[in-house]
Design a binder for this molecule. Structure first.
Ligand code: GDP
Length: 433
C-alpha cells in the first residue's frame, strides 16, 4: 500500500482533515492491555484504492526555531512517503514555516498535493487561490471541518500516487524482501546494520536494475538478499531535541508501513520496557511479519538469561508467534540465523490456505469444540474463507456473534494446524442474524 504523509505546520487542520478522510472507515484495532498507543498512521481507502495516511500532526514543538523543526519533521515523513498531502491555512496565508516545508518538498521530488484548508465559505476562495504562489500547482480548496472539497482532494491524491501495480509487481517478481530493523534507541540497530552491511556492494551489483530508494539498502544475510528499509534513518543519529521521541516514533511507524517483515531489536541485557511493547504492538497492528532479535546477548550472564525468560513469559505472551533469535551485533553472534527467521516469517505471512482445506478444518473444530450456547442459541461457524494473505486474514461466516474467547481459540487452532509463524493472523466475523 502506498504511504501518504500529511504535512503542514501546527494548527492548519491536519488532524481534522485526516479524520475527515478516514470517515468511519478506520479499522477497529484490538488493544493490547497495558500498552498506550499513539498512532500516527491509518489505513484509508478511496475509490477502491487502499493507502496509508501518516498524520504528522501530533508533533508538538516549542516556539524556538519552529520553521527548522517543522522542516525537519516534514523531511522525515516525506522521505518515507510515496506522496505528500501538504496542508496550508488559507485564512492565514503562506508563512515562513510553510516556505521552509516547500523547500524540503521540492528537494524530495515526491508528488505533492496541496490542500488549502479552512475555506469554510466562498469568501475565502480568493485567499485559497493565492496559494498558487507556493509553486506546488493547484491549491485544492477544502474545509476539513465541514467536509467541503474532500472528494476532489482525494481524487487528486489518488492520481498523484505511483501506479497501483508497482508495489505488487515488486513482490511477485520475487525481488528482495523489504525488511525494517526497528527498536528503541540504543538497542543496537545501527550496530546490527553495520554488521549486515559488509556485503552490500556485491549484492547491489548482482541486482543491477533493481531500483532502491536512497533511504534503503540492499544487504545480504546468510547468503540471501534483503532490502533494508530506512537505513538512512538508522544511520543518521537524530540529535536529542524536543519532539525527537515523537519524531523517532514517526519514523518507526513509517518504516513498519513500508516493510513486509520487521526485525524488532530488544536489548537482552535490560528489562523489557513500555517502549519495546509499543513497537511490538505497532508491528502487529500494521499486520507485518515479525522477528524478535534479543541483542547484546554477550552482556547477559545465566542469571540475566533466567530472568529474561520470566520477563518474556510475563510481557511478551501476545507475540509468542514471532520467532526470536539471540544475537550479538557487536560480536556477530547468530546474525546469520536472522535470515532463517526472516524467511520463516515471510513464509508464514504470505501463506494461503485453500477454501477446501480451511473448511475441512473448521468442520472438525465445530464438531469437536462447539461454541457455548448463549441465550438459548448456539452461534456456529458456517463457512470460512481466507480473504487475504500478507498477513493471513480469514473471514468466518457465522450464525450469531462469537465470544472473543472462542475467536482466540479458533486462531490458536489455526496456528497449530497451518503454522503462520512470524505473522499476525486476522479473523473477521461476518455474523448472519
Ligand atoms: P541504536 O540506537 O539502536 O542504533 O543502537 P547502536 O547500534 O548505536 O548501539 C548502542 C550501543 O550499544 C553502542 O554503544 C553499541 O556499541 C552497543 N551495542 C550494540 N550491539 C551490541 C552488542 O551486541 N553487544 C554489546 N555488548 N554492545 C552492543
Amino acid at each position: 500500500r502506498p504511504v501518504v504523509a500529511v504535512v503542514g505546520r501546527p494548527n492548519v487542520g491536519k488532524s481534522t482533515l485526516v479524520n475527515r478522510i478516514l470517515g468511519r472507515r478506520e479499522a477497529v484495532v484490538q488493544d493490547t492491555p497495558g500498552v498506550t498507543r499513539d498512532r500516527v498512521s491509518y489505513d484509508a481507502e478511496w475509490a477502491g484504492r487502499e493507502f496509508v495516511l501518516v498524520d504528522t500532526g501530533g508533533w508538538i514543538s516549542d516556539a524556538t526555531g519552529m520553521a527548522a523543526q517543522i522542516a525537519e519533521q516534514a523531511e522525515a515523513a516525506i522521505q518515507l512517503a510515496d506522496a505528500v498531502l501538504f496542508v496550508v491555512d488559507s485564512t492565514v496565508g503562506t508563512t515562513d514555516e510553510d516556505e521552509a516545508v516547500v523547500r524540503v518538498l521540492r528537494r524530495s521530488r515526491k508528488p505533492v498535493v496541496l490542500a488549502a484548508n479552512k475555506v469554510d465559505d466562498q469568501r475565502f476562495e480568493a485567499d485559497a487561490a493565492a496559494m498558487w504562489n507556493l509553486g506546488l500547482g493547484e491549491p485544492h480548496v477544502v474545509s476539513a471541518l465541514h467536509g467541503r472539497g474532500s472528494g476532489d482532494l482525494l481524487d487528486a491524491l489518488m492520481a498523484a500516487l505511483p501506479a497501483a501495480e508497482q508495489g505488487v509487481r515488486d513482490d511477485e517478481q520475487g525481488g528482495p524482501h523489504r525488511v525494517a530493523i526497528v527498536g528503541k534507541p540504543n538497542v543496537g540497530k545501527s550496530s546490527l546494520l553495520n554488521r549486515l552491511a559488509g556485503s552490500t556492494r556485491s549484492v547491489v551489483s548482482d541486482l543491477s536494475g533493481t531500483t532502491v530508494d536512497p533511504v534503503d539498502e540492499l544487504v545480504e544475510i546468510g547468503g540471501e538478499a534483503f532490502r533494508l528499509i530506512d537505513t538512512a534513518g538508522i544511520r543518521r543519529r537524530v540529535k536529542e531535541a524536543s519532539g525527537s521521541e515523537y519524531y523517532a516514533w514517526l519514523r518507526t511507524q513509517a518504516a513498519i508501513e513500508r516493510a513486509e517483515i520487521c526485525v524488532v531489536v530488544l536489548d537482552a541485557s535490560e528489562s523489557v520496557s513500555d517502549q519495546d511493547l509499543k513497537i511490538l504492538s505497532g508491528v502487529e497492528e500494521a499486520g507485518r511479519g515479525m522477528v524478535i532479535a534479543f541483542n547484546k546477548w554477550d552482556l547477559t550472564d545465566e542469571e540475566r538469561q533466567r530472568y529474561l525468560r520470566r520477563e518474556v513469559e510475563r510481557d511478551l505472551q501476545a507475540w509468542t508467534w514471532a520467532p526470536s533469535v539471540n544475537i550479538s551485533a557487536l560480536r556477530g553472534r547468530n546474525v546469520d540465523k536472522l535470515a532463517r527467521a526472516i524467511d520463516a516469517a515471510i513464509e508464514g505471512w504470505s501463506t494461503r490456505i485453500s477454501t477446501g482445506r480451511l473448511n475441512a478444518f473448521l468442520g472438525r473444530i465445530v464438531a469437536s469444540n462447539p461454541h457455548p450456547v448463549r441465550g438459548g442459541k448456539q452461534p456456529r461457524i458456517l463457512f470460512g474463507t481466507q480473504a487475504q494473505n500478507c498477513p493471513p486474514t480469514f473471514a468466518l461466516f457465522t450464525s450469531g456473534q462469537l465470544d472473543p474467547g472462542y475467536v482466540r481459540f479458533v486462531e490458536r487452532r489455526l496456528r497449530e494446524e497451518f503454522g503462520f509463524a512470524g505473522s499476525p493472523v486476522h479473523i473477521q466475523i461476518r455474523a448472519r442474524t
